[in-house]
Ligand binder design. Structure first.
Ligand SMILES: Nc1nc2c(ncn2[C@@H]2O[C@H](COP(=O)(O)OP(=O)(O)O)[C@@H](O)[C@H]2O)c(=O)[nH]1
Ligand SMILES: [Mg+2]
Length: 389
C-alpha cells in the first residue's frame, strides 16, 4: 500500500513526510526509514490482537509498541504543484507519473492561510482554493495524456478497453473507468472526446482511483473554524487538522530520549535532562497535544482504515500458540482489502500455498473455514495447504 503526499509548495509536505517516516529508535533499529529522498516507510497503528489473545507478540513484518501494532506503509513525497504544472510550470509534471503509484493521497494545505499557490508568504491564502487548484492541475495533466492518445483511442470500438490500456499503468482499474464514464455521463463505445469531455472524465476517474484526504497543516498557527470553512466551501471532503512540525519535533525528541511519546498520543512524558529552553518548548507541545493532538498518526490511520478500509489479518502456522514455524508469536500482520477471502491471504504468503490451499483455520474460534471464507478484521488465520511453506 502506498500513500502519496501532494500539495503546493511550502505547505509542509516534506515536514509531514519526515514526521511520518521518523520512527522511535528504541523499537526499530533504524531511526529514519527513508528509502530514497522522497520514498519512505511510515506506520499505520492499531491495537494488536496480543491482548485479546493473552499473549505477548514477537513481530517480524511490523512493530509493536505497548500493545499498539505499527504496520508499514510506503509513503511518497513529491515536488510542490503550482498553477500551470500540467503545462510544465514549476517542477513540471514528470513527478505526477510517480505519484500515480499511490493508492490514496494526502493533500497538504496551509491551514494557517499564509502561503499562496506559488508558496510565497502572504497575508491571507484560502486553503479551499488550494485544494481545488491542485485537483484541477492533476486532472488537466491526466486529461492531456488522454487527449494525446485520443486518435488511437477513437479508432477502437471498445472504448473501455482502450482507456484501460492508457490508464492501467497508473493503477486505474476497469471498474473505476466504467464508473467514472457513468458519472461524467459519457458513452463507453467509440470514444472521441474533446478537451471538456476528457477533463470531465479525468476529474471523475481521479476521485475514483486516488481518493484524497485533506491534511490541513500548520493547524498550530490556524484560526478557529478553518476546518469548517474548508468543508463548507468544498463539500463532501475528508479533512484532518494537522501539525507536521510539532509531530516531527516530538518524534525527534523521543529518539533523543528526552521524552516518551507514542505517535497519535495526546500526552508526552519528559524523561531526559533538558535545558530550560527545551523544557519550555516541550511544555507548549504538551499543551498542544492535550488540546488537539498533532493529527499526523490520525491522518495515516484515516487513510488506511477509513478511506482504504483495510483489514488487519494475522497469519499463523500454529493455531493454538499463534506462532510461525520458528516460534515467533503473531509475527506478521497484513493489510488486506475488505471483502477478501482466506485464499487472498494465502496468496500474500506464497502463490504455491494459495494454489494448493485446502482450507483455513480461524485460530480465535479454533474453527475450520473454507477457502472462500470472507476475512474479518483482526482475524488470526492458519492456512492449511498441501504445499510445503
Ligand atoms: N507552524 C508550522 N509550520 C510548519 C508546519 N509544517 C511545516 N511548517 C513550515 O513550513 C515551511 C515549509 O515546509 P516544507 O515541509 O518544506 O514544505 P513543502 O514545500 O510543502 O515540502 C517550513 O518552514 C516548515 O518549517 C506546521 O505544522 N506548523
Ligand atoms: Mg518539499
Amino acid at each position: 500500500m502506498i500513500i502519496g503526499i501532494i500539495g503546493g509548495p511550502n505547505k509542509g509536505k516534506s515536514t509531514l513526510f519526515s514526521a511520518i517516516t521518523t520512527i522511535d529508535v528504541n523499537i526499530a533499529n533504524y531511526p529514519f526509514t527513508t528509502i530514497k529522498p522522497n520514498l519512505g516507510v511510515g506506520y499505520a497503528s492499531k491495537q494488536c490482537v496480543e491482548k485479546e489473545l493473552g499473549v505477548k507478540c514477537t513481530p517480524r513484518n511490523s512493530l509493536c509498541k505497548d500493545g499498539t501494532r505499527l504496520i508499514p506503509v510506503n509513503v511518497i513525497d513529491v515536488a510542490g504543484l503550482v498553477p500551470g504544472a500540467h503545462m510544465g510550470k514549476g517542477m513540471g509534471n514528470q513527478f505526477l507519473n510517480d505519484l500515480m503509484a499511490a493508492d490514496v493521497l494526502l493533500q497538504v494545505v496551509d491551514a494557517s492561510c499564509k502561503t499562496d499557490a506559488n508558496g510565497n508568504n502572504v497575508e491571507y491564502s484560502d486553503p479551499a482554493e488550494e485544494i481545488l487548484m491542485v485537483r484541477d492541475e492533476i486532472s488537466r495533466w491526466l486529461a492531456g495524456i488522454l487527449m494525446r492518445q485520443m486518435q488511437k483511442i477513437s479508432k477502437r470500438s471498445d472504448g473501455v478497453s482502450a482507456l484501460c490500456d492508457v490508464l492501467s499503468s497508473f493503477g486505474i482499474k476497469k471498474e473505476q473507468i466504467e464508473k467514472s464514464l457513468q458519472k461524467a455521463s459519457l458513452v463507453s463505445s467509440s470514444i472521441n472526446w474533446g478537451e471538456d469531455d476528457a477533463m470531465a472524465f479525468a476529474s471523475e476517474v481521479l476521485k475514483e482511483s486516488k481518493p484524497m484526504l485533506v491534511v490541513a497543516n500548520k493547524i498550530d498557527r490556524a484560526k478557529e473554524g478553518v476546518l469548517d470553512d474548508i468543508a463548507k466551501k468544498i463539500g463532501n471532503v475528508n479533512v484532518i487538522g494537522c501539525s507536521a512540525a510539532i509531530e516531527l519535533a516530538l518524534r525527534k525528541a523521543e529518539n533523543a530520549k528526552d521524552i516518551e511519546y507514542a505517535p497519535g498520543s495526546r500526552s508526552l512524558k519528559v524523561i531526559g535532562e533538558v535545558s530550560a529552553e527545551k523544557a519550555n518548548a516541550l511544555k507548549y507541545m504538551s499543551g498542544f497535544l492535550e488540546k488537539s493532538g498533532t493529527g499526523v498518526q490520525e491522518a495515516i490511520n484515516y487513510a488506511v482504515f477509513g478511506i482504504m478500509q483495510k483489514l488487519t489479518i494475522y497469519p499463523v502456522e500454529d493455531e493454538n500458540k499463534y506462532t510461525d514455524h520458528s516460534g515467533k508469536i503473531l509475527p506478521d500482520v497484513f493489510l488486506i482489502d475488505k471483502g477478501s477471502k482466506a485464499v487472498s491471504l494465502a496468496e500474500k504468503i506464497h502463490s504455491s500455498i494459495a494454489k494448493n490451499m485446502l482450507y483455513a483455520i480461524d485460530a480465535k474460534r479454533k474453527m475450520r473455514v473454507a477457502k472462500d471464507y470472507e476475512l474479518r478484521d483482526d482475524d488470526v488465520i492458519k492456512i492449511v495447504s498441501s504445499a510445503k511453506s
